[in-house]
Design a protein around this ligand. Structure first.
Ligand SMILES: N[C@@H](CCC[C@H](N)C(=O)O)C(=O)O
Length: 252
């Protein structure tokens, strides 16, 4: 079976064209394929499937083989893959676990429309925001020297969150429209180089008259656009590079 490897600001994914439904959706197989020592290695695995009315369907799994949430960087990668497969010209619409998404691609830069966010919850001094996947947002200083793995896994495995899990984003404010974000991802159970839904969640509290927030991650830069309408955030777009890295054959 043929697979492709894509990365979007260092968040990396195995992508398989599953329009023929040949891929066996088995948690252990997906976990093994994503293993960086015994498999191909990736933060997640994504299947591109047929859709009745839209260009395609995205089926996402974290590297632990479980798939219960949306992946923003994975969404941008599958748009680049669908473009590579000639499924659309420059604008597309596809279905993911959290609903339908519009996207566009220009010169390898993918802009993905995210779901509307109707509420920002607080947890002590921190925020909890669902952008298709659940995110804990904690502000910190000197993020470069911060222990994201230790502090992130503490919150993710805390009594309040351990059952459902949560992605934990540490955010340093660089300017009114510029952030640095590092994320401990549930389902990878480690820090990843970037998390699209996490970057989006981190940017939303900064959206007011300012509709564009630049976000630095370990793997590169992303831009979040959104509009605030009363307590809700609408017209949310995540923009950044998404790239095919290689292709190969799975021998299982
Ligand atoms: N890397 C992703 C987020 C993937 C989902 C997350 N790990 C979860 O389980 O909620 C992104 O770019 O959004």
């Amino acid at each position: 079976m043929e697979f492709y490897k894509y990365q979007a600001t260092g968040n990396d994914f195995i992508i398989i064209d599953n329009r023929d439904q040949q891929f066996l959706k088995d948690e252990k197989i997906i976990e093994n394929l994503c293993d960086r020592r015994f498999g191909i290695g990736a933060d997640g695995l994504i299947l591109l499937e047929e859709h009745d009315t839209l260009d395609f369907k995205m089926v996402y799994y974290n590297s632990d083989g479980k798939g219960e949430s949306m992946c923003g960087n994975g969404g941008r990668c599958i748009v680049a893959f669908a473009h590579f497969l000639d499924l659309f010209e420059d604008h597309t619409k596809f279905e993911a676990i959290d609903g339908d998404h519009q996207a566009e691609i220009i010169n390898g830069i993918v802009k993905l429309k995210m779901i509307d966010v109707n509420e920002i919850f607080t947890d002590e001094d921190d925020f909890v925001i669902n952008t298709g996947s659940p995110h804990y947002i904690k502000f910190t200083e000197d993020l470069e020297h911060f222990n994201v793995f230790n502090e992130g896994s503490k919150i993710r495995n805390s009594e309040k969150y351990h059952e459902q899990g949560i992605n934990v984003n540490f955010v340093q404010i660089l300017a009114a429209d510029s952030l640095y974000v590092r994320t401990y991802e549930r389902g990878v159970e480690n820090e990843t180089y970037s998390c699209g839904t996490g970057v989006t969640a981190a940017a939303l509290p900064f959206i007011n008259e300012n509709k564009k927030i630049m976000v630095k991650t370990i793997g590169g830069n992303l831009t979040v656009y959104a509009e605030k309408v009363e307590k809700s955030f609408v017209n949310i777009w995540l923009e950044g590079p998404a790239k095919q890295v290689f292709k190969g054959k799975i021998s299982i």
